[in-house]
Design a protein around this ligand. Structure first.
Ligand SMILES: Cc1cc2nc3c(=O)[nH]c(=O)nc-3n(C[C@H](O)[C@H](O)[C@H](O)COP(=O)(O)OP(=O)(O)OC[C@H]3O[C@@H](n4cnc5c(N)ncnc54)[C@H](O)[C@@H]3O)c2cc1C
Length: 382
């Protein structure tokens, strides 16, 4: 009855289902364990009509025109450019650290001198990783790098990941830049926005195709069995393809042990005033237990009398209790993942895609792009 079965109705699963149903005109069943579609991008309206991103703020941003155009078939956009402030030394200053941040936190004469030297050495509107600056022979650059590392990066990383930065892949530290510019936006991508009526509506529209059937509140293990590397759907051998967007270690019954993740707890509060903070997100690297506060009305442009905020508390991941949000970027975890990936060959007709199955932190645009690639390679010409 079905040509394809997809595990997971998150972004990866929904885009794959839409492509198969619309382009290949084949029948798809999606199995999802939560009670809603959209995975971590899911949003809903609260009792005051405020649109909340249930699993933390999701700002769509990309330089890939074809991805923007593809998603624009399913939604109009609120043209939002994300701004983040960091609460540092008692002040709220632009993040990522840029020339405006420099002037707000350092004495004016020092800030002016550093600005001139940075532009001279690296030129205006460039991004320079703080680790590169730290290695510099120049005493002023080293001082600046140490300052940003201590005030912006170190404690945020410890809270977010529960370990010191040096215990993570160097790729994490390497990515943190100083932006030699006056641009206070968090992202510089060409296309940025929030779906006007929410991500949920976008996903509903994607799945509105008679070729797609959806099964919510169902763990794939209740309906799918793998025996002798063959796939069984409700006890019958399934000859179509299985597209898996869940956790790869779960698929293989944790054969080599669990892949580690970092989880989060979200505490939502309604506040009886029009706005709570100046911008969409304020980071708290050095104070409090939470890492950041997001106020959704900034993201969506809604004008309600009340407002809603979410505080994010990083947590240890436990598969019985919470959700695996972030793969932990460490070499030993990548090696463990590689072992699972080798197992993939053992199951006939298995395609893996998405952030859990690939054990990779992916922004939304790259998830869509990855689905496009896998669709083209494995399905389009069948
Ligand atoms: C806090 C946070 C903020 C983010 N902010 C941004 C942002 O601003 N911009 C951006 O571009 N990206 C952001 N992302 C990344 C974005 O969430 C991901 O790119 C996207 O959600 C990945 O989609 P996915 O389908 O791969 O995974 P998911 O959304 O996790 O979907 C996987 C689905 O599979 C289901 N599933 C898992 N196991 C099973 C099972 N056993 N049986 C049945 N179903 C199962 C899950 O319930 C889930 O619905 C953020 C991520 C987080 C965690």
């Amino acid at each position: 009855m079905f040509d394809y079965v997809i595990v997971g109705a998150g972004l990866a699963g929904c885009v794959m289902a839409e492509r198969i149903a619309a382009v290949s005109d084949k029948k798809v069943l999606i199995i999802e364990k939560r009670n809603h579609i959209g995975g971590n991008c899911y949003d809903y309206y609260d009792e005051n009509g405020i649109l909340i991103h249930k699993y933390g703020p999701h700002i769509f941003h990309t330089n890939l025109k074809h991805i923007w155009e593809y998603l624009s078939q399913f939604t109009d956009w609120y043209e939002y450019q994300h701004k983040v402030l960091g609460f540092i030394d008692g002040k709220k200053v632009p993040i990522p650290f840029n020339l405006n941040t420099l002037h707000e936190l350092l004495p004016e004469s020092l800030a002016e001198k550093l600005e001139e030297k940075l532009i001279d050495k690296f030129s205006f509107n460039t991004k320079i990783p703080i680790l590169e600056l730290k290695k510099s022979e120049d005493k002023d650059f080293k001082l600046l790098a140490d300052f940003v590392y201590e005030k912006v990066f170190l404690n945020y990383t410890k809270k977010q990941w529960g370990v010191k930065p040096e215990e993570l892949d160097s790729s994490v530290t390497e990515r943190v830049p100083i932006h030699i510019s006056r641009d206070n936006r968090y992202f510089q991508d060409k296309y940025q926005g929030i779906p006007k009526n929410g991500y949920h509506k976008l996903f509903e529209k994607m799945l509105k195709n008679p070729n797609i059937k959806l099964m919510l509140n169902t763990n794939f293990k209740e309906v799918i069995k793998i025996i002798d590397n063959k796939i069984y759907l409700l006890e019958k051998e399934f000859k179509g393809k299985l597209i898996f967007t869940g956790q790869i270690d779960e698929l293989f019954n944790y054969e080599f042990g669990e892949l580690p993740y970092r989880s989060l707890k979200f505490k939502s509060e309604t506040i009886d005033k029009k706005y709570f903070q100046e911008v969409g997100t304020v980071n708290y690297p050095n104070n409090y237990e939470f890492t950041r506060i997001t106020e959704f009305k900034h993201l969506t442009g809604q004008k309600q009398e009340k407002t809603n905020i979410i505080k994010e508390y990083p947590e240890i991941y436990n598969k019985e209790k919470n959700i695996p949000y972030y793969p932990i970027p460490k070499k030993e975890n990548k090696n463990l993942y590689a072992k699972y990936l080798k197992n993939k060959k053992k199951i006939n007709n298995l395609i893996i895609v998405g952030r859990l199955a690939e054990y990779k932190y992916y922004n939304m645009d790259l998830v869509v792009n990855e689905v496009f690639t896998k669709f083209k390679e494995n399905i389009l010409n069948e």
